[in-house]
Design a binder for this molecule. Structure first.
Ligand SMILES: [Zn+2]
Length: 113
C-alpha cells in the first residue's frame, strides 16, 4: 500500500482503504485539525450551518447568563498572566520609543552638520 503524507503533521502513513482520498493520519491532533478545517469550510459556504450555529450560540447564552461577563473572575491565573504580559509589552514599547527618539536625534545632528 502506498504511503500518503498527512496534511496536518506531514508524517507519512498508510491510508485506510475504506476511506477515499484520506488526507489526514489517525493522530488525535490531526483528526482535530481535519474537523476544524471542515467546520471552517462549512461555515464559510453553508448559510444554514451559519444560521444554526448563531441560533445555538444565542440559546446557549440565554441558558448561561453572565458567563462571559464573569469569565475573568473565574480565571484569576489568566488575568495575572495577561497583566504580566501587558506590562512587558508596555515596557518594550517604551524602550523602543526611547530608541526611536535617540536615533531621530542622531539624524537631526547629521542633517545639521
Ligand atoms: Zn498527521
Amino acid at each position: 500500500m502506498d504511503k500518503v503524507r498527512c496534511a496536518h503533521c506531514g508524517s507519512r502513513f498508510v491510508p485506510n482503504p475504506r476511506i477515499k482520498n484520506q488526507r489526514y493520519c489517525a493522530k488525535v491532533e490531526c483528526q482535530r485539525a481535519r474537523k476544524t478545517s471542515w467546520q471552517r469550510q462549512k461555515l464559510a459556504t453553508d448559510p444554514d450551518y451559519q444560521a444554526n450555529k448563531r441560533d445555538s450560540q444565542r440559546a446557549w447564552q440565554i441558558r448561561n447568563p453572565g458567563y462571559w461577563k464573569n469569565w475573568r473572575s473565574r480565571h484569576p491565573e489568566y488575568v495575572e498572566r495577561n497583566r504580566i504580559l501587558r506590562r512587558q509589552r508596555r515596557g518594550r514599547y517604551k524602550s523602543e520609543v526611547a530608541k526611536m527618539d535617540a536615533s531621530a536625534h542622531k539624524v537631526r545632528l547629521i542633517l545639521m552638520t
